[in-house]
Design a protein around this ligand. Structure first.
Ligand code: CA
Ligand code: CA
Length: 296
């Protein structure tokens, strides 16, 4: 009997189906599984637990009470977001990648992100606006998707059309070895814009999880975005020190020390390579007092 089970599972993998069930199941000649809101019951006849198989992230225990704990071996992420600063009414400017100090290594290893990933490229793909940091949270609801529910983080490229791509600039982001128990929520961090979290769970079709932060309204949790043109939403510019709050320190500590200079800097809020009065007047001033709505 065990051979049959293994063959079935391997067939599932080879067809590329994105497994995500973590509910218990019973695989015997006679038995079943049922659940109500407060209890679950599984049963089988004449099968003590005898053996556990482990292959390719799948654990199968044979016999009575056989939990099938299936780790997703890889999911695709297809998301869209805009940044207020570089947004030009249609898409986003890509001026930063022309800088000699545009980083080839992901820039989120510093505080407050402290992300240790080694994402790195040799050349910057065409159409890149900037590096961003994507975080996945696994929770029953948005309000409960706190920092304690983080299951993965990954640096990626934000492209000028708002799409978030892997390091070749064309493919979806991919995450390996995830186990999802509830629903997936995504948080997007950027160096000098306020982070956002999806107001709703990501939508899954055939192993591709999708979310569009740019429209319609209310896509960011707790209305954490700004309408940057009619019917389009983007992340707030002006958080030059990435504190999660746009306030006087962004101007006094960061912008003032960088004003008049060219380069990859937090004070360059519109991301046109130059830190100057336009950054302060057009982005920092209108957004003073705005705070990230990502659950802590
Ligand atoms: Ca700040
Ligand atoms: Ca600027």
């Amino acid at each position: 009997m065990k051979n049959i089970y293994l063959i079935t599972l391997f067939l599932g993998l080879s067809t590329g189906i994105a497994w995500q069930s973590v509910s218990p199941d019973v695989l015997t000649s006679s038995g079943g599984y049922d659940e109500s809101p407060n209890a679950s019951l599984s049963w089988s006849l004449g099968e003590p637990s005898t053996e556990t198989f482990n292959a390719g992230g799948i654990i199968l225990t044979q016999g009575f009470q056989q939990p099938i704990i299936i780790s997703i071996t890889g999911i695709d992420l297809e998301m869209f977001a805009f940044l207020e600063g570089p947004f030009n009414g249609m898409n986003m400017n890509t001026s930063l990648t022309g800088l000699s100090d545009f980083p080839l290594l992901q820039p989120y290893s510093l505080s407050p992100w402290n992300y240790p990933g080694t994402e790195q490229v040799i050349t910057i793909p065409a159409g890149v606006v900037d590096w961003i940091l994507v975080e996945l949270r696994d929770a029953p609801s948005a309000v409960s998707a706190t920092a304690a529910t983080v299951i993965a983080r990954q640096a990626a490229f934000l492209m000028n059309d708002g799409s978030i791509k892997n390091l070749d600039g064309t493919g979806n982001q991919q995450f390996d070895n995830l186990t999802i128990q509830h629903s997936l929520f995504a948080v997007i961090y950027h160096r000098n814009h306020l982070a956002v979290m999806s107001a709703n769970p990501l939508t899954e079709i055939g192993g591709v999880y999708s979310y569009d932060f740019t429209s319609p309204s209310g896509q960011a949790y707790n209305d954490g975005q700004k309408e940057i043109t009619a019917g389009i939403w983007g992340m707030y510019a002006g958080d030059a020190n990435a504190s999660g709050l746009i306030d006087i320190t962004d101007k006094d500590i960061v912008w003032e020390s960088q004003s008049g200079r060219k380069g990859y800097m937090g004070g360059d809020m519109d991301m046109n390579t130059q830190t100057d009065n336009r950054d302060k007047n057009d982005f920092w001033i209108p957004n003073i007092g705005t705070e990230s709505q990502v659950p802590e």
